[in-house]
Design a protein around this ligand. Structure first.
Ligand SMILES: *[C@@H]1O[C@H](CO)[C@@H](O)[C@H](O)[C@H]1NC(C)=O
Ligand SMILES: *[C@@H]1O[C@H](CO)[C@@H](O)[C@H](O)[C@H]1NC(C)=O
Ligand SMILES: *[C@@H]1O[C@H](CO)[C@@H](O)[C@H](O)[C@H]1NC(C)=O
Ligand SMILES: *[C@@H]1O[C@H](CO)[C@@H](O)[C@H](O)[C@H]1NC(C)=O
Length: 441
């Protein structure tokens, strides 16, 4: 702006000088011809381009006057524009100041931001510190949780233990009660025992007394027995009805021999001729042994074919067969006219009428059949049944019942459905028929 002003002023000054110079020249212009006359024509010739030049300049100056006016116009325009520019400059300055203000504000904001950042950094470091602490605390808190769980577990265990304890206490209380009751019982029993002991002592004393009485009695009997030297020894168990056990008989043909008398099974006066009560006695014996008899009255025995023949020859006898199967069920079979023939006839079997409970007439098949042992084969089989079944018996081909068979499946009787009753206990007993007995005794 300033430069423009200066240039304009300078131009105006030069213009002024130029105007003065041309005016001076114009005063001399009218006398050019005269000058040419005055001056040598050569000089004029020299000065002429110069004079043309001045004329040209004067034209130009006239033109420039117009231009000057135009310039002035422009100049005022320029001045106007200058003022406008000044206004704009002022406005600009104002805005610059405003900008400055903003700048300051921004700087201040930046400072604030910085301080904020610092605060954030500080907070972050604090946060990190706390995070470290928390990290350190995490295992501790886990441990705490575990401890808490354990405590809870222990508490529940404790509770269940308490419940158990309560139960135990109540059961203990019950047991105490029981013990008290048992103690009372023991006391009662002890008292009873003492009483029983007293009774026992009394009984023992009585027994001793009875024994003495018995001895006196026996002595009297002996005396009596001596005064009656011809007392008959019986041929049956009938006289020993009240005294079962082993007794002596006197039977013609065999003389004196011991028998087992039974009164318990089906009344008094029975002679046991065969017994299987689980003993280990072998019944696989020869003819001579079966003839004579074998075994022990305490367990298993066979009285002997000859004795049985002789006893049953004296008078009519009945046979009672006592049977116990492997399930401990008791059965019986009965024949009302039992006897066996003499040895010459092979001790052949006779039975009479059968009666029984839940069993069949198993021995009927042996009726009139001779006795067979392994060394004397009188059966109707091609082989020796006694050999085959390891026992002497009245075999046909071979048997429906064999009470002398070894313990096991062969020791059986014919059941009510034709099936075999497996036996574990057998007794064969004989007794004189009542009517017959009266006559002979
Ligand atoms: C009586 O005496 C005889 C022998 O003289 C004897 O065999 C018998 O057992 C005696 N009887 C009693 C009951 O003691
Ligand atoms: C046995 O009985 C017969 C008669 O059958 C008799 O002769 C004998 O004397 C009796 N024996 C005894 C020891 O009583
Ligand atoms: C039976 O048993 C008794 C003892 O248990 C024994 O002494 C005896 O020899 C036995 N008899 C047989 C025939 O096995
Ligand atoms: C029994 O059989 C034997 C041969 O084992 C024979 O010697 C005997 O005569 C027979 N007895 C009778 C009575 O048939």
């Amino acid at each position: 702006m300033c430069k423009i002003e200066i240039k304009t002023v300078l131009f105006l000054i030069i213009l002024q000088i130029f105007l003065v110079a041309t005016a001076a020249f114009e005063e001399t212009h009218e006398s050019d011809g005269q000058i040419a006359e005055k001056c040598c024509s050569q000089t004029y010739e020299t000065l002429k381009p110069m004079l043309d030049y001045f004329r040209q300049v004067r034209n130009e100056l006239e033109q420039s006057e117009i231009k000057k006016n135009k310039l002035n116009e422009l100049n005022s325009d320029l001045m106007e524009k200058y003022h406008e520019i000044v206004r704009i400059h002022e406005k600009f300055m104002k805005e610059a100041a405003l900008l400055n203000e903003y700048k300051n504000k921004v700087i201040k904001g930046e400072n604030d931001l910085q301080s904020c950042q610092n605060k954030v950094d500080k907070l972050e470091s604090v946060f990190n510190l706390q995070k470290n602490i928390i990290d350190k605390l995490t295992p501790i808190s886990k441990l705490y949780a575990k401890c808490k769980q354990e405590v809870a577990d222990k508490t529940s265990t404790l509770e269940s233990s308490e419940v158990q304890l309560k139960q135990l206490k109540s059961s203990l209380y019950k047991k105490d009660e029981n013990i008290r009751r048992l103690n009372a019982n023991i006391k009662m029993i002890t008292e009873e025992q003492q009483q029983l002991k007293l009774q026992l002592d009394e009984s023992q004393n009585m027994l001793i007394k009875t024994d003495k009485d018995n001895q006196i009695c026996r002595a009297e009997i002996d005396t009596l027995n001596k005064t009656l030297p011809n007392t008959k020894i019986p041929s049956s168990c009938s006289p020993f009805g009240d005294y079962p056990g082993v007794h002596q008989l006197n039977v013609s043909g065999v003389g004196l021999f011991d028998v087992l008398c039974d009164s318990q099974l089906i009344g008094p006066g029975w002679i046991v001729i065969q017994q299987r009560v689980g003993g280990n006695e072998s019944f696989n014996r020869d003819w001579a042994t079966y003839r004579k008899g074998f075994g022990s009255f305490d367990s298993d025995f066979f009285l002997g074919l000859e004795k049985i023949h002789r006893i049953t020859s004296l008078r009519r006898h009945e046979l009672y067969i006592h049977l116990v199967d492997v399930y401990r069920t008791v059965y019986f079979a009965r024949y009302d006219d039992f006897k066996i023939s003499d040895e010459d006839n092979g001790y052949a079997l006779s039975l009479g009428t059968f009666s029984g409970a839940f069993v069949l007439d198993g021995m009927r098949f042996s009726e009139n059949i001779k006795f067979t042992t392994f060394d004397r084969d009188n059966d109707s089989a091609s082989d020796n049944c006694a050999d085959q079944y390891e026992s002497g018996w009245w075999y046909t081909n071979c048997y429906y019942c064999n009470l002398n068979a070894p313990y096991g499946p062969n020791l059986h009787w014919l059941g009510s459905t034709m099936s075999d009753m497996k036996l574990k206990e057998v007794k064969m007993l004989i007794r004189p028929e009542r009517s017959d007995e009266e006559v002979s005794n």
